[in-house]
Design a protein around this ligand. Structure first.
Ligand code: SF4
Ligand code: SF4
Length: 72
């Protein structure tokens, strides 16, 4: 088990704050629009270390830090 960021992509407004805050470059734009028309972000789970910086900075509470089991 490891702590990882999970995005509620329908709530995301694509503001990029989490991309700037992530210390390991695990966040990036998905290149896909959600129902609100925003290019939402996605997480590279292999790179994410679960630090929570994105969770803290997101103004729209789109991010949870969850315990996950990664399939190899
Ligand atoms: S939890 Fe930390 S490492 Fe993972 S995506 Fe968020 S800021 Fe980056
Ligand atoms: S900080 Fe929140 S709203 Fe902004 S791009 Fe990241 S997940 Fe989306």
């Amino acid at each position: 088990m490891a702590k990882k960021a999970q995005i509620n992509f329908e709530k995301c407004k694509g503001c990029d704050l989490c991309i700037a805050a992530c210390p390991v470059g695990a966040m990036r734009k998905s290149g896909t629009s959600n129902k609100k028309g925003y290019d939402f972000v996605e997480v590279n789970l292999e790179r994410c270390n679960g630090c929570g910086a994105c969770y803290i900075i997101c103004p729209d509470c789109c991010i949870d830090i969850l315990e996950m089991v990664l399939k190899k």
